[in-house]
Write a protein of this length. Structure first.
Length: 425
């Protein structure tokens, strides 16, 4: 019988065992990574493609082509694609990211043979009908007009442009950019990008021989490469010379603040230490920024900091929305917390809480086989191996107050911060 008067024994997390995939390299250059679990008769398949080189003259090609993949093929209309997937209780979605775009299918194993041909048609035979393109452009322009009324979105766009310049990372679509979309350009982009040599397939769930045979047959010898190789190189990042941006909105009740600077990415040896330092500063609900700006001063409902890691660049950032009348005071308090982190050692109780939070979050994120596949994506597309997670957990467990102080001084240079304020200042 459970003794509910006694708390469970506390145990340190010293190692997290991750499921590793089986790998198949097809003759056409496509990689298949499979994560098998017999828990349910369900499978998730992701087709992941590296985005093509960013073209400033046609900035929306990557996102528009990916978003419109399900709008029609030579034989299927958008509604027919949706109906055929829905009929089998499956789920199909397309997702765009700065580095990669992907198509994802969730389906019961028994329906894979019926749903897979639909996905293959989407990936190999999309035609971007002119009427659907016109609807897409119109809808996106309307969404953009609404989004630009939101201070936090304007601040994020300004910040990314300042940090990353005229690259795919710094892109903030403008109303006129949608007029550059032409069907012929999209078809050419699609053929070059959505080809096997530029594709990694991740399949997770109940992955038996039947599943793998269906995948290798459909996306192996039956899928050939385009005559033009996918160019996934990207322009060099060029941060702006100007470090302060203010967009005035006289009637604003709140001001959006976003501040930070370019930083290291996941493949850098210091990245785990940076994550520890960031968590102390603003990376969870009990962080110093939350304790000061929200709990003590009452300037905001929420504030946080983050360390983003993309293939070709990263950033440290702090984001919040505060009452317009306390904007300057909030920035002063943010800078005060950064300076304290750079000059005073973190108390062991606080650091212990952060360690436990970070390790617990990592362990808690591994709830199913899909989670293990997601962890693999983090390292695979960063050029890392599984020893990254061993180093990550070890670095968290062994972090000291001196480590946090050193990392803060190394990466939090307020003189190099970019500051964006939208609202009143």
């Amino acid at each position: 019988m459970i003794d509910r008067q006694t708390a469970p024994e506390f145990k340190d997390i010293d190692h997290i065992e991750l499921i590793r995939p089986e790998h198949i390299k097809l003759e056409n250059g496509c990689n298949i990574f499979s994560f098998n679990s017999d828990d349910q008769e369900l499978v998730r398949i992701e087709w992941i493609f590296a985005n093509l080189r960013f073209d400033l003259a046609k900035p929306l090609l990557n996102v528009a082509v990916n978003t419109m993949l399900t709008e029609g093929t030579t034989k299927l209309s958008a509604s027919q694609i949706a109906d055929q997937v829905d009929f089998y209780g499956a789920f199909l979605q397309v997702d765009y990211g700065y580095d990669h775009s992907q198509v994802t299918l969730y389906t019961l194993n028994k329906h894979l043979a019926s749903t897979l041909p639909v996905i293959k048609a989407v990936i190999t035979d999309s035609v971007f009908p002119e009427n659907e393109l016109e609807t897409f452009v119109r809808n996106q322009q309307q969404k953009l007009q609404v989004s630009l009324q939101k201070n936090d979105i304007v601040a994020r766009r300004k910040f990314n442009k300042a940090i990353y310049g005229d690259t795919i990372y710094g892109l903030g679509a403008e109303f006129e950019d949608y007029k550059t979309l032409q069907r012929d350009d999209m078809l050419a982009h699609f053929k070059q990008m959505y080809q096997p040599s530029n594709c990694n397939i991740l399949v997770a769930g109940k992955v038996d021989d039947t599943t793998l045979n269906l995948l290798t047959k459909s996306f192996g010898s039956e899928w050939s490469n385009y005559s033009v190789k996918a160019d996934a190189t990207q322009p060099e990042l060029a941060p702006a010379a100007e470090h302060f941006y203010f967009v005035e909105k006289p009637k604003a009740l709140q001001s959006a603040i976003r501040m930070g600077l370019p930083s290291i990415i996941r493949s850098h040896p210091d990245f785990p230490s940076l994550q520890v330092m960031n968590t102390v500063l603003g990376g969870y609900f009990g962080s110093r920024l939350m304790a000061n700006i929200r709990e003590d001063k009452g300037y905001t409902y929420g504030i946080g900091s983050g360390a983003s890691s993309l293939n070709r660049g990263g950033a440290l950032f702090i984001a919040t929305e505060v009452g317009a009348d306390v904007c300057k005071a909030a920035i002063t308090e943010i800078e005060k917390e950064i300076n304290i982190l750079k000059t005073e050692l973190v108390h062991e109780d606080e650091l212990s809480l952060v360690r436990n939070y970070m390790l617990g979050s990592l362990l808690g994120s591994l709830e199913n086989i899909f989670s293990h596949a997601d962890k693999f994506k983090n390292i695979y597309f960063s050029g890392l191996d599984y020893d990254y997670y061993d180093r990550y957990t070890q670095m968290i467990r062994s972090s000291t107050a001196e480590d946090v102080l050193k990392t803060a001084n190394k990466y939090l240079d307020l003189d190099k911060f970019y500051k964006v304020i939208v609202g009143k200042y």
